[in-house]
Write a protein that binds this ligand. Structure first.
Ligand code: AMP
Length: 222
């Protein structure tokens, strides 16, 4: 891409929906909705700005390698990715939720998670889970899953899960309960470090606009 074009990596769903007002604050309007179109490259009202629609977990990779100049990714995804090659200037306060340990209702987690004990943990977030339990002095066997984590304790695949919780409805519907807070999660702006220098004039007003809109959004929840 040339120096006067911008590519923005976003994922479909909640992050995309909650990013629209931030894009609007920067004067950027996508020409179509990714939910409706199957296109992976979406134009905007600016000829030189486009969006690429990727899996949430792939956003840091596209930005790290400069295939996208910036993107929006959850802190969960960024911790797992490691964040190399990425400048993370802003917490956008969107897609906010909590990373929690959850178990089957009635499971004695306090007794099972004493220092020195051993637990089987199913999760999509092996690094975050390993670090959390290492901090508690609990030995864990981590079982990596790609979805439907809530099933694992119900069928004996694991003792507990580490997953994102927003309303808590998914846990409740599956007879699970959250027993421990791991980390608060929200989505961050991530910028390619080289693009920050070579495209500074294009990027700076967008970062500013996102920052002001995120602050205003945060205030409106107070
Ligand atoms: P809830 O039932 O509202 O607690 O939502 C829990 C389900 O939504 C779990 O399957 C989570 O993995 C997923 N989830 C909740 N919040 C987020 C988020 N901010 N980003 C991605 N997935 C989420």
């Amino acid at each position: 891409m040339t120096e006067n074009t911008l590519t923005i990596a976003l994922s479909k769903g909640r992050i995309f929906e909650e990013t629209l007002p931030l894009l609007a604050a920067a004067g950027i309007v996508p020409s179509e909705a990714p939910e409706k179109s199957r296109k992976l490259i979406i134009g905007t009202n600016h000829e030189n700005i486009r969006l690429v629609i990727v899996r949430a977990t792939d956003v840091p990779t596209y930005v790290q390698y400069g295939a996208a100049d910036f993107g929006i990714a959850g802190k969960d995804v960024l911790i797992e990715h490691g964040g190399s090659g990425l400048y993370q200037p802003l917490d956008l306060h969107i897609a906010e939720c909590r990373m929690m340990v959850a178990v089957r209702k009635g499971f004695d987690y306090a007794a099972a998670s004493q220092p020195g004990s051993r637990l089987r943990i199913a999760t999509k977030y092996p690094n975050i889970a390993a670090e959390h339990f290492a901090g508690k002095g609990v030995h864990v066997d981590i079982i990596k899953l790609y979805g439907s984590m809530e099933l694992a304790p119900l069928v004996g695949l694991s003792d507990a899960i580490v997953d994102l919780v927003s309303t808590g409805n998914t846990l409740k519907a599956n007879g699970l309960e959250a027993v421990e807070h791991v980390v608060d999660i929200s989505s961050r702006l991530v910028v390619n470090k080289a693009a920050l220098k070579t495209k500074h004039a294009l990027l700076e007003p967008i970062i500013q606009a996102f920052g002001s809109a995120a602050k205003a959004g945060e205030r409106s929840f107070e």
